[in-house]
Write a protein that binds this ligand. Structure first.
Ligand code: ZN
Ligand code: ZN
Length: 602
């Protein structure tokens, strides 16, 4: 506790120095303010240390947010997940804290900017859509929005880490299920069909998918950071630090993929003058759009053309996901069996348990590391859906509490993400009732059948209905897309209250993760991954259903049998029988015995 406070004070003074340095640099450039987003040039969820500008300027370490530094005042914008963390990490004497969703930066700027002010931004770090919002805000305030040729924060960030240079390796066809050549040819055909000459790819997961490449430039996701231009003749121009490419990887890429240094990207965009170029204005840096426009290219705004084919996994990728989930399930069962003996002993804490879990996963075949930071939360800490245990917040798993663990692994053949909520000792009637309501919602979504064309937002209420009936709900989405040894959070599909126009399609993988959170008391979430598949039954319409991929027992100590319908109990029993059948051959006798009890029919 003392240590955490001392560290916070030291960080505060660092932030004060950094803000002063940036203000001096802005003054030198004739600017009155600058926008510092969390995102990097690729708008990814995880960014390399060289892109942690928001942390450098404010001290805030969360994975989403924006800072605006003006001459006299500064603001830090974070969403509800990070309100408490930002208050603890950032100095409120330097940064006013503003709610990112309730008052986004462009709204705040419209009133905070003095008339005549010049607001700078780095066009690599903002999308055309984002720049347009800033432009309108500046117009309202009578201020001017100014693109910076070079980032003024980088200019004063003396010990900025070098950009990452992790080796890039081929993702084997045994895992990818489709050659890069075939993917390039298919993509070129769709460009031709849309009368496009080329498409810009700025999302590293799209480039990784298209060229069957994986890397290690950011934490938790095997991404090689790069940009690419896909041409209608099925060739690709790939821009990345060529020290990342071994001769073996170059051989894998072949002659149709021309690798070049990042400095060659600008001239390659200039060469697209007069051509029709697909670009996603919601995810691509505005620097690219500006350069193309200047070169006389015709920008055809539209979604990243790799996003949808990447989301619809082929049969090899789905088989890989199933195998990865069996290994991951076996590791999780060994962990849960251990936890059933250790929890509540007074020594087991959120941090020690998370470390033990990683130990069980670590030796699994094809395991490459966690797919996101583990959420290991006991008692009231679990009421924060995105909680991350620190030395400062670490709690023991006490008897009578609920323990929530949300974790996942990256395997060469698949990506996992699973949440289980466990009773440590006996659980109270309210906890059991609400856990069962969450379970009913989870089952309702897992059992859903729906016609072709149905979107995730149309299915979302299935998972909430049992909670809504008792005046309860949860404030996060029900499901996100998951990549195949790629990002654990990937679109374009999702299941949420937010409107979505993307129908669910066969091969898509999504999470099913309803929850319930009681502030200051406890939190519940049950999460499995599901794959969309055609329903083989009779009927008049093409109908889809889900296959559950995740294999791990759901804590029966928290299930109120009387609240379940027979159909729901049948689902739970069949699921548990499958978990037992699939995992028992992978377990030692003692763990298998524990699993048999944990998956008994109710
Ligand atoms: Zn999760
Ligand atoms: Zn998830």
């Amino acid at each position: 506790m003392q240590q955490a406070k001392a560290k916070a004070r030291a960080d505060e003074s660092a932030a004060a120095r950094h803000v002063a340095l940036l203000r001096a640099e802005l003054a030198r450039r004739g600017l009155d303010g600058f926008v510092v987003p969390h995102g990097d040039e690729h708008q990814g969820e995880y960014v390399p240390p060289s892109a942690l500008r928001l942390t450098w300027i404010s001290g805030f370490t969360g994975s989403a947010g924006v800072a605006v530094v003006l001459a006299e005042r500064a603001a830090l914008f974070v969403d509800g997940r990070y309100t408490l963390q930002a208050a603890a990490e950032a100095d409120d004497a330097l940064f006013e804290q503003v709610h990112l969703v309730e008052q986004p930066p462009h709204q705040w700027l419209a009133t905070a900017l003095p008339a005549g002010a010049r607001l700078g931004y780095d066009p690599w770090l903002h999308t055309p859509n984002g720049v347009e919002q800033l432009r309108q805000a500046c117009a309202k305030a009578g201020a001017q929005l100014v693109p910076c040729d070079s980032n003024p924060l980088d200019a004063v960030w003396a010990d900025r880490p070098a950009p990452p240079r992790a080796p890039v390796i081929a993702h084997h066809a045994d895992f990818a299920g489709c050659s890069a050549e075939r993917k390039r040819t298919d993509l070129a055909q769709s460009l031709t069909a849309e009368k496009l000459d080329a498409a810009i790819l700025s999302a590293p997961e799209s480039i990784a998918w298209l060229l069957n490449l994986r890397g290690g430039d950011v934490p938790f996701t095997p991404l090689p950071l790069s940009f690419a231009i896909v041409n209608r003749d099925a060739t690709v121009d790939l821009f990345m630090d060529d020290r990342k490419l071994s001769s073996e990887t170059r051989k894998h890429l072949g002659n149709a993929v021309r690798a070049a240094a990042p400095a060659a990207f600008g001239p390659a965009l200039d060469a697209l003058g007069g051509k029709s170029v697909r670009l996603d204005p919601a995810t691509t840096p505005s620097w690219i759009a500006d350069r193309l426009t200047k070169a006389g290219a015709q920008i055809a705004p539209g979604a990243d053309p790799c996003a949808l084919p990447r989301a619809c996994k082929n049969s090899v990728e789905l088989d890989g996901m199933r195998r990865a989930h069996r290994r991951d399930g076996a590791a999780l069962v060994r962990f849960l069996a251990w936890l059933s003996g250790a929890a509540g002993d007074g020594k087991t804490t959120e941090l020690s348990v998370a470390e033990t879990l990683e130990g069980y996963r670590k030796n699994g075949e094809h395991y490459r590391g966690p797919s996101f930071p583990t959420i290991s939360a006991a008692g009231p800490n679990a009421a924060l859906p995105h909680y991350h245990a620190s030395e400062h917040s670490n709690r023991p798993l006490d008897k009578g509490q609920l323990y929530l663990v949300d974790s996942g692994g990256q395997y060469l053949d698949g990506t996992t993400d699973v949440t289980r909520t466990i009773a440590v000792g006996p659980a109270g009637p309210e906890e059991r009732r609400r856990f069962t309501l969450v379970l009913k919602g989870h089952i309702a979504l897992a059992r859903a059948r729906f016609p072709q064309g149905t979107t995730g937002s149309q299915l979302d209420s299935l998972a909430r209905q049992p909670l809504w009936t008792e005046g309860l709900d949860y404030d996060h989405g029900t499901g996100h897309g998951v990549g195949s040894y790629l990002g654990v959070h990937e679109g374009p599909q999702r299941i949420s209250k937010l409107p979505s126009v993307q129908p669910l399609l066969p091969g898509m993988v999504l999470s099913d993760e309803p929850g319930y959170y009681k502030t200051g008391a406890y939190g519940i979430r049950i999460e499995n991954l599901l794959a969309v598949r055609p329903w083989p039954g009779p009927g008049e319409r093409e109908t889809l259903e889900f296959e559950t991929l995740t294999l791990a027992p759901i804590d029966l100590a928290l299930v109120e049998r009387d609240l379940l319908t027979d159909a729901e109990a049948d689902w739970l029993n069949a699921y548990h029988a499958r978990v037992r059948g699939d995992l028992t051959p992978l377990l030692d006798a003692g763990t298998a015995h524990w699993l048999a009890e944990a998956t008994r029919a109710i």
